[in-house]
Design a protein. Structure first.
Length: 254
C-alpha cells in the first residue's frame, strides 16, 4: 500500500485501488494514522510527565522545615518566605502573605502543579484549577512531611499516566481523523453531485484516508523535530479534496 501511495504522486488514478480495500484494512489504517497523528503529542506529554516527576522529587528534597502549632504555621528557620521554581512545579512558603492574589493567579496558570503554603492554610492547583484546600486548624498534624508525602503520591499516580496518556491521545486522534474524513468526503460528494456525478460515499471515505496518510505523516515528522506547519487542517482538507477529484473523477456509482 505504501508503494501505491508513493506511485500515486505521479499517477493519482492508481488510488482507485483504495475503493476495493476491506473494512478490516480500513480499521487498521485508521488506527495506524491515529498513532502517527498522536505521536508528537505523546512524545511531548511523556517528556513533560517525566520532567514533572523529577520536579516533584526535587521540591520534596528542598522544602523548608515547618510545623503546625494550634492551627498556625511556624517555621523552624528564620525564613518567613521561600519559593522553589522548576520547569513544571511551583512551591511557595509564605507565612507573611507577601505575594498578592494577582501574582498567585499567574503562578497557577504558568505551572502544572502549584502548592501555596501560608500561615494558616495550604492550597494546591493543577493547571490553574484548585485541587484541594484546607486550613491548618482542620489539619493539626500538618508539617513538612505532609508535603513530602503529598508529592510522593503525585509521583506514584503519575506512573499511571504513562499508559493513560498515549491511549487517550490516540483515541482523540481516531475521533478527529474520522470526523475530518467524513466532513471532507461530504463536501467532495456535494461537489460531484453539483456536476451531476454520483460517487459512492464509501469510495470517497477510503480514498480520503489513503490521501490523508501523506500530509499527516509529514506533519507529524516535522512536529517531532519542533517544526509546526501552520494551517494544517486547511492544507490537509485541500490536499484530500483535490486528490479525491483526481482519483475518482471517472468512478461513477453503479
Amino acid at each position: 500500500m505504501l508503494k501505491v501511495i508513493l506511485s500515486a504522486i505521479k499517477k493519482p488514478q492508481l488510488l482507485v485501488q483504495a475503493t476495493l480495500l476491506s473494512k478490516t484494512f480500513i480499521i487498521k489504517l485508521v488506527f495506524t494514522l491515529a498513532v502517527i497523528i498522536a505521536l508528537p503529542n505523546i512524545v511531548t506529554s511523556i517528556h513533560t510527565l517525566k520532567q514533572a516527576q523529577e520536579d516533584f522529587t526535587f521540591i520534596a528534597q528542598h522544602i523548608p522545615q515547618f510545623e503546625n502549632k494550634n492551627g498556625i504555621l511556624s517555621s523552624q528557620t528564620h525564613n518567613k518566605s521561600h519559593a522553589i521554581q522548576t520547569d513544571t512545579t511551583y512551591f511557595l512558603y509564605d507565612i507573611e502573605n507577601k505575594i498578592d492574589n494577582t501574582q498567585l493567579d499567574t503562578l497557577k496558570q504558568d505551572n502544572i502543579l502549584s502548592i501555596f503554603v501560608t500561615k494558616t492554610s495550604v492550597a494546591s492547583y493543577i493547571l490553574g484549577s484548585q485541587l484541594n484546600y484546607f486550613s491548618f486548624s482542620e489539619y493539626p498534624t500538618f508539617s513538612t512531611n505532609t508535603i513530602k508525602d503529598y508529592l510522593a503520591q503525585f509521583n506514584q499516580q503519575a506512573n499511571l499516566l504513562y499508559i493513560g496518556v498515549p491511549i487517550v491521545t490516540i483515541l482523540f486522534s481516531v475521533i478527529a481523523l474520522l470526523l475530518n474524513t467524513i466532513i471532507v468526503s461530504f463536501f467532495t460528494n456535494v461537489s460531484f453531485l453539483m456536476r451531476q456525478e454520483r460517487i459512492r460515499f464509501s469510495h470517497l471515505f477510503r480514498v480520503s484516508l489513503i490521501l490523508s496518510a501523506i500530509p499527516c505523516t509529514l506533519f507529524s515528522f516535522f512536529e517531532l523535530f519542533g517544526v509546526v506547519i501552520p494551517s494544517q487542517s486547511l492544507i490537509l482538507g485541500l490536499f484530500v479534496i483535490i486528490g479525491q477529484h483526481l482519483v475518482l473523477k471517472d468512478v461513477i456509482r453503479q
